[in-house]
Write a protein that binds this ligand. Structure first.
Ligand SMILES: Nc1ncnc2c1ncn2[C@@H]1O[C@H](COP(=O)(O)OP(=O)(O)OP(=O)(O)O)[C@@H](O)[C@H]1O
Ligand SMILES: N[C@@H](CCO)C(=O)O
Length: 352
């Protein structure tokens, strides 16, 4: 019998100022897969057919052995003893998350892939195990954990013993090889499965009136490039600056009514934003000129993930905040789009 299901994964904003590689927030922009698995066929190999609409449609590969989501799904299948996609698999992806803007597009694609693999193989893997697979691909936990669990989430990676460190240090090309697409060719060894229990997380509270304004510059900045500019060492002063703010922020964003004075200061950062300003003209001005005093309703403002999107948390006055940010970017020659987003639930699978 033909089987159909959908996988819906939210975009995310990571860091929220001081929580570099630690906290993430799921947002109401989604990547949705509609999957059709035909009844068992006589034909042992029939390549998957991918169609795609929305953000990234002009650049995303439609070859299942090159597309990030389907490569991750195949990784999950092969680690669990299934070597091929089901013959004749059809998949439509509709994506609302812009690529390379700091809104977790790659994290959503990876989570969609681990869930797809789990559903195709009917493995019933736990959320924790799905996260292990995702962390072998996207190696910082903030986006993928928030995309899987939903809400405002904090996470850490367990310190691995020597054997697990080795297993988790496999190059991405081995975890996600671009398999030869023709049956009968050498498909190589199955990839190494992830160590168990790599990522651990907790969901914080979220104050219902807080909305997220995403101010999205019209240029892409890859996460890899935005990580290259970061130093490998920090002063104790800068570390303590961030730790103090993050500790306050995780509770302050759950309080009702939220306190702008507490939150604005708690969303400042000295670990990644100061170094990324060279890649995002206008970043220091936007984060310093738009304040709860100049823009009542604003709670805090920061870089979203690796950027270039700016995330403003606010309870009212959304248009004024966004339009004033637009003016600051325009003075730097950068055009933006903006959206008011709510906090989304975690990834969902629906069988039809
Ligand atoms: N739906 C998708 N399907 C396939 N590949 C995708 C999809 N979404 C993103 N990607 C891949 O991920 C790349 C963007 O990832 P990158 O980590 O640079 O940015 P981001 O995830 O949007 O931002 P951030 O990690 O800062 O939130 C795209 O260029 C594309 O190669
Ligand atoms: N914590 C990550 C998020 C982007 O994926 C970073 O800022 O590089």
């Amino acid at each position: 019998m033909t089987r159909q299901f959908t996988v819906k994964v939210p975009g995310t904003s990571a860091n929220i100022g001081p929580g570099f590689d630690v906290v993430g927030l799921s947002l109401s922009l989604h990547l949705t897969l509609t999957v059709t698995v035909p009844a068992a066929s006589e034909q042992p190999y029939l390549a998957p057919v991918i169609t795609y609409s929305g953000e990234g449609a002009d650049e995303v590969p439609l070859d299942a052995y090159k597309n990030l989501t389907t490569r991750v799904a195949l990784y999950v299948l092969r680690c669990n003893g299934i070597r091929f996609f089901p013959p004749g698999l059809k998949l439509h992806a509709h994506n609302e998350i812009p690529f390379g803007r700091g809104l977790g597009s790659s994290g959503a694609a990876v989570i969609a892939g681990v869930i797809l693999g789990n559903e195709l193989g009917q493995f019933n893997l736990t959320k924790e195990r799905l996260l292990d697979f995702a962390l072998m691909v996207e190696r910082h936990p903030d986006n993928v954990t928030a995309a899987l669990i939903g809400g405002f989430v904090g996470s850490y990676l367990r310190e691995l013993d020597e054997a697990d460190t080795e297993a988790a240090s496999v190059p991405l090309s081995e975890v996600l090889p671009e398999y030869p697409p023709d049956a009968g060719e050498d498909w190589g060894l199955n990839p190494p499965p992830p160590p168990a229990g790599i990522g651990h997380y907790v969901r914080f509270g979220w104050s219902e009136p807080i909305k997220a304004i995403a101010i999205i510059p019209r240029f892409e900045l890859s996460t890899a490039k935005a990580r290259e500019v970061l130093p490998s060492m920090y002063t104790r002063k800068d570390l303590v600056f961030n730790l103090q703010r993050l500790a306050v922020l995780t509770t302050a964003l759950a309080q009702n009514p939220p306190d702008p004075d507490l939150i604005y200061e708690a969303m400042k950062d000295r670990v990644h934003q100061p170094y990324r300003k060279t890649l995002i003209p206008g970043l220091p001005e936007v984060t310093s000129c738009i304040t709860p005093t100049t823009h009542p309703g604003l709670l805090g403002i920061c870089l979203s993930g690796a950027g270039p999107t700016i995330l403003a948390l606010a309870t009212t006055n959304f248009e004024k905040i966004a339009e004033d940010a637009r003016k600051i970017f325009r003075a730097q020659g950068i055009e933006v789009d903006w959206k008011v987003l709510t906090i989304a639930e975690g990834s969902q699978v629906n069988n039809s």
